[in-house]
Design a protein around this ligand. Sequence first.
Ligand code: KIV
Length: 287
Amino acid sequence: MSARTTVPSVQARKARRGAQPLVMVTAYDAPGARMADEAGVDMILVGDSLAMVVLGYDDTLSVTTEDMAHHTAAVARARPAPLIVADLPWMSYHVSTEDTVRNAATLVRAGAQAVKLEGGRKRVPMIEALVDAEIPVMGHVGLTPQSVNAMGGFKVQGREHAAALALVDDAKALAHAGCFAVVLEGMPDEVARMVTDAVDVPTIGIGAGSACDGQVLVLHDVLGIEDRITPKFVRRYASLKSDAVEALQAYAADVRAGRFPGPDESYHLSAEASEALGLYGSTAHTA
Ligand code: KIV
């Protein structure tokens, strides 16, 4: 069994200090957590992408703290070695610091070892309150999916000079407030490089190029379970959706043709029990 990843061990993984890049992948249930664990990733993100890849919503705004806790608990029951980071969903950290800490505590009690929240400088009071309550926080700047309506869609951020500098300032503010790592999503490689150079905590990129201290992808994208859209930044390592459809087609064909179940996939009476029931000539086997 591999050693458990801890928050301090993640915080120390800065590429410029010679550290190996961090690997994070999402998971939303126990089988996903077991796969991530056996693959040896460093961190599991119980992402609010749950809304889109598992629950069928068009964006992440519909999931609640209770939904996130339900799925975090399923991941945690697999007792994976990777650090479990759970997303604070939209509106769980926007109203007050008290609300934020209470909602984060719900995720920690469900099994999260850290929480992630989206946004820049304006989240500093919430981050400080969480850190004060001993809850490790991962930041998330750039394309923040919970701001989909404010951004006018899922759009790459930081393309303009001022916007790029604002991202650097945001990430610095998050690190200063106590975030142990910051996700950089949907920004030009050059901007992610500037951010990564500007902060002492690791940056974890998704659609943010190769200069980050680590990378995160959505499990269903990596495995090809979600195959309706392939964002530019996704690399698929398997085609499980089409493999699954083929497997289910083969199962359906076998059932319809009477090929499933076969004798070896069925339970049988002993010869004596069969005989006692008058089933002479039946193909009785021991169970
Ligand atoms: O919810 C999620 O999966 C995320 C990643 C895209 C970083 O926040």
